[in-house]
Design a protein around this ligand. Structure first.
Ligand SMILES: NC(=O)c1ccc[n+]([C@@H]2O[C@H](COP(=O)([O-])OP(=O)(O)OC[C@H]3O[C@@H](n4cnc5c(N)ncnc54)[C@H](OP(=O)(O)O)[C@@H]3O)[C@@H](O)[C@H]2O)c1
Length: 295
């Protein structure tokens, strides 16, 4: 049994992770931003990090908090997306570094946005960062964990792909139009989408908590990334609906702006080789079975 604090514990990943850890008999302490109860820890992403060192030491922290990136990106939304991750992570790590009894492990979210728009290049963790707002944010987000690393914690930065769940994120947004038969590919359709089922993100977080040989960046994507065209066809097949309404590139740009450019039109083909070599066995390696679980 381990004692683990989780930030963003109310989110799509954090909620399901907390349930799984609790079911497995671990003790989960949510890191909350407002008014902590006795079983929670208060933290402030803008300054100070975790308010007070807990009386009973933690074994690990899973840091998932961050402003949701869905929707059009205004200047203030972009600022919140960046600050909640970069400042938030730095504040959290600086507070951990000051503790007398530090946890041994920090698993911190990052994203495949780190790699930017890379065509069909197969991207391992050693690949250089890309360019653009998300790539720069992810690079700085990962660097913001350095106070924890310097203080001796084992830090794993999970570069998470598009998380598939009917409860939230990209798939939930797509299910409505696709169910009505109004789905179709986005832009050229040749752009790669590196996806992961939510159960596997949680599985990989649990693996990273236990496997002390893992440290540094770790891609959290299924071993079979697909193009947007293949994703569209597979979702249509699973839902038994036609997918005859492509959204041309100019329309994606018009409707979604910079978010559309960086998330929907960008091509990122990410390798899961490190996770597989570390012994992680995916519950959903193929897209069709992942989608069938969610409809
Ligand atoms: N879902 C995906 O497809 C995906 C893909 C790649 C990377 N990721 C990353 O994985 C992490 C978890 O993703 P998720 O889908 O579970 O996210 P989510 O559902 O949006 O939840 C994130 C949580 O962060 C906290 N939060 C929200 N706004 C915040 C702000 N301005 N400052 C600080 N904390 C804030 C909230 O928890 P509290 O209210 O409890 O604090 C929220 O529930 C995120 O960092 C995300 O960027 C997700």
């Amino acid at each position: 049994m381990i004692r683990v604090a989780v930030s963003g514990a109310t989110g799509l990943v954090g909620g399901a992770l907390s349930s799984r850890l609790t079911q497995e008999g671990h003790e989960v302490i949510p890191l909350v931003r407002h008014a902590a109860s006795g079983s929670e820890l208060l933290w402030n992403p803008s300054q100070g990090g975790i308010e007070k060192e807990p009386d009973t030491p933690l074994d690990a922290i899973v840091h998932l908090a961050g402003e949701n990136i869905a929707g059009r990106w205004s200047a203030s939304k972009k600022q919140r997306i960046r600050d909640s991750r970069v400042q938030g992570t730095r504040a959290l790590c600086e507070s951990l570094a000051r503790w007398k009894q530090k946890p041994s492990t920090l698993v911190c979210a990052s994203a495949i946005g780190f790699y930017g728009n890379r065509g069909d290049e197969l991207l391992e963790e050693s690949a250089a960062p890309g360019t653009g707002f998300l790539a720069e944010t992810c690079r700085d987000w990962e660097q913001a964990t350095s106070p924890a690393r310097d203080a001796g914690l084992r830090v794993v930065s999970l570069r998470i792909g598009v998380v598939l769940s009917k409860h939230g994120g990209a798939l939930k947004q797509m299910l409505g139009p696709f169910r009505m038969g109004a789905g179709g590919r986005m832009g050229p359709g040749t752009q790669f989408m590196s996806w992961i089922h939510r159960d596997d993100v949680i599985g990989l977080i649990c693996h990273a908590l236990q496997d002390s040989s893992l440290r540094g960046p770790l891609n959290a994507v299924s071993p079979h990334p697909v193009t947007n065209q293949e994703f569209t066809k597979t979702l249509g097949k699973v839902l038994r609906r036609p997918t005859l309404f492509p959204m041309p590139t100019f329309a994606v740009r018009l409707v979604f702006g910079e978010m559309g450019e960086e998330l929907l039109l960008s091509s990122t083909r990410v390798s899961a080789a490190t996770a597989v070599a570390a012994g992680y066995s995916f519950q959903f390696a193929q897209l069709e079975e992942a989608l069938r679980k969610e409809i």
